[in-house]
Design a protein around this ligand. Structure first.
Ligand code: ATR
Length: 290
């Protein structure tokens, strides 16, 4: 790829950004489509967020991704926010048009796309258990409800956080019955057996840990598990699923799909099918390949 005076710039802001896999995915897709675009990392400390956002817009970038710790803090510095991003309460993608910044959230879209692609799971008419009540859970809850889930139960270590999340979204998402509770219910076979899908949005599994009491063997036949964790690629939860032949997938599919959705927002075109995932697979060490 040759950067010229005409190259369109996109990128990602975060602190840190050095670990981000997004530059690999987006640059591969720009290259595959022959677009004269580039995606670069911008390390932005929290105290410089407002200046960085104004600077990126002033410097003519076409758009950028937003990662930890800026996903919520950036919202007051944008000109417009997509209604679903507003409901999620966080932005991971910004489109810049004629200096005007619009915020989107493609994380939940990425989840729904990964469920379809990796598990052939369509949330329409389904009951879903969401583990966790942080930002990732909120994007999952909003997107699953938008995709037609009839029942979403949020279970969290801190029950109050689950109740707060449900209270925030329930009145604005018609057609879905919401409930909130603690992780204690995971050990109840009747409770676990009532869901078609369990989504882990927490960091549980990143350090070889797992949810005590959660036994995937208690899921009803055909139910699946989606674990947003992708490092390690097989968490203890996913290993348990494997042992019982339960359909499951790790978070790499969601990472790719949220990137594909951001790419479409900026360029107006879809990245070639599988391009971002192949770029990631070529980049990651062997055991982590999607
Ligand atoms: P994110 O934006 O990635 O969702 P977050 O907003 O910090 O991150 O939320 C982290 C979520 O993981 C929370 O639901 C947290 O539970 P608490 O609300 O009780 O803190 C959950 N979490 C983190 N570590 C956990 C653990 N060891 N066991 C259970 N839940 C955990």
């Amino acid at each position: 790829m040759t950067i010229t005076g005409k190259t369109t710039v996109t990128g990602i802001i975060g602190a840190p950004v050095a670990h981000s896999l997004s530059p690999v995915m987006h640059n591969a897709a720009f290259g595959a489509l022959g677009l004269d675009w580039v995606y670069v990392p911008f390390p932005v400390p929290p105290a410089r967020l407002e200046a960085a956002v104004a600077g990126l817009a002033a410097a003519g970038v076409a758009g950028f991704n937003v990662t930890i710790p800026h996903k919520v803090a950036i919202m007051p510095f944008l000109d417009a926010i997509d209604p679903d991003a507003e409901l999620i309460g966080a932005v991971n993608t910004v489109l810049v048009r004629e200096g005007r910044l619009t915020g989107y959230n493609t994380d939940g879209l990425g989840l729904v796309a990964a469920l379809a692609g990796k598990l052939t799971f369509d949330p329409r008419g389904k009951s879903v258990l969401v583990l966790g009540a942080g930002g990732a859970a909120r994007s999952a809850v909003v997107s699953l409800a938008r995709a037609g889930a009839v029942r979403v139960h949020v279970a969290n270590r801190t029950t109050d956080a689950a109740v707060t999340l449900v209270d925030l979204v329930a009145g604005r998402l018609e057609g879905t019955a919401f409930a909130a509770g603690s992780l204690d219910a995971l050990a109840d076979p009747a409770f676990i057996g009532s869901f078609d899908l369990v989504v882990n949005t927490t960091s549980v599994g990143m350090s070889g840990d797992s949810f005590s009491g959660l036994d995937p063997a208690l899921l009803k036949s055909g139910a699946c598990i989606y674990d947003m964790v992708y490092a390690p690629p097989v968490t203890p939860l996913l290993a348990q699923c494997g042992a019982h032949g339960i359909p499951c997938a790790n978070g790499l599919g969601m990472l790719v799909a949220q990137g594909e959705a951001a790419f479409r927002i900026w360029t107006g075109v879809a990245p070639p099918e599988g391009c971002m995932e192949r770029a990631l697979a070529a980049f990651l060490p062997e055991p982590c390949k999607p």
